[in-house]
Design a protein around this ligand. Structure first.
Ligand SMILES: C[S@@+](CC[C@H](N)C(=O)[O-])C[C@H]1O[C@@H](n2cnc3c(N)ncnc32)[C@H](O)[C@@H]1O
Length: 279
């Protein structure tokens, strides 16, 4: 194997020629990921040909954690950190409210608090669920229709059995009906026509099922929202990632399904989450 400096210079040069804006940083990451010079050559060639970086590395950083990414599984975006943060905040709010309603027993301890249950629907690699799990003390479940995503999410969550495969809520066991305190979903929301205008890394390398939200981008969200009240507790919360442009439509769908909807926006991450609390 050449010395590391020579490998670095060669990788940076190849990535720059291919138009990678962060060639030096990517070269460093690919060198760390490769087990041999031959493997590095292969990774650099695939990156230079336009493959997304994260599946080549096998991980992505999300909310300060390393999330494993399998080939072909949607790469969690930085903007989705807002969804994860707000989901944790909602779960913590439910836990605090539930604890405050409990009276201490004769021994001064409070007992009998039902655990807070959080679902990540359309979980992909399970990044949001993994952040909620890391926050500690919640029952976390996740589901996706894509078997590759389900297998990937199982590697990112401590309890592999809590990841279910199937079409939206059809994936879930009956015992969860009416028991979910919080549902978080970054369901596909790109309008079909707009997929052609996405960056090639997404358009050419991510599955259609992970991107395509139908004519107005809201087809999957519509179904997530319409069925949510049957799975949530009477005071449950639904959080859905949307775009700034689509968020009012997402909020209107929630309102029509019996939620009070709030749009939360983070300009710095270009992130939008619509939060619906059952009225
Ligand atoms: C935009 S990706 C988001 C993945 C993950 N939530 C994230 O933010 O990284 C959308 C995900 O929804 C899943 N999906 C699409 N249609 C679905 C359906 N009908 N039921 C369950 N999952 C679905 C896709 O397989 C994909 O993993």
């Amino acid at each position: 194997m050449k010395n590391e400096a020579a490998l670095f210079v060669g990788a940076v040069e190849a990535l720059r020629v291919a138009g990678c804006v962060f060639a030096e940083e990517e070269a460093r990451l690919l060198i760390a990921a490769a087990g041999s010079e031959r493997e590095l050559d292969g990774l650099v060639a695939r990156r230079a040909a336009g493959e997304p970086l994260e599946p080549l590395l096998g991980w992505v950083e999300f909310c300060g954690r390393r999330i494993a990414i399998d080939p072909g599984v949607f790469v969690p975006r930085r903007r989705t950190e807002l969804l994860a943060e707000r989901t944790v905040a909602e779960a913590e709010r439910v836990r605090a409210e539930r604890a405050s309603r409990l009276r201490p027993g004769t021994d001064g301890r409070t007992t009998g608090a039902a655990g807070v249950v959080v679902l990540e629907l359309c979980c992909g690699a399970g990044a949001v669920a993994a952040v909620v799990e890391a926050a500690g003390g919640f029952e976390v479940v996740a589901a996706d229709v894509d078997p590759a995503a389900v297998a990937n999410a199982r590697t990112n969550l401590a309890d592999a059995a809590s990841v279910f495969e199937g079409d939206l809520y059809d994936a879930l066991p009956e015992r969860l009906r009416g028991r979910l305190d919080v549902i978080a979903a970054n369901a596909p929301y790109v309008p079909t026509q707009a997929i052609a205008t996405m960056p090639p890394e997404a358009r050419d390398h991510e599955k259609r099922v992970a991107l395509d939200g139908g004519t107005d981008g809201l087809d999957v969200q519509r179904r997530v929202i319409a069925e949510a009240p049957r799975w949530l507790t009477a005071s449950g919360t639904l959080l859905i990632e949307s775009s700034e442009r689509q968020a009012p439509s997402t909020a209107a769908l929630m309102t029509a399904s019996g939620f009070d909807a709030e749009i939360v926006r983070d300009e710095e991450r270009d992130a939008t989450v619509v939060i619906g609390r059952i009225r």
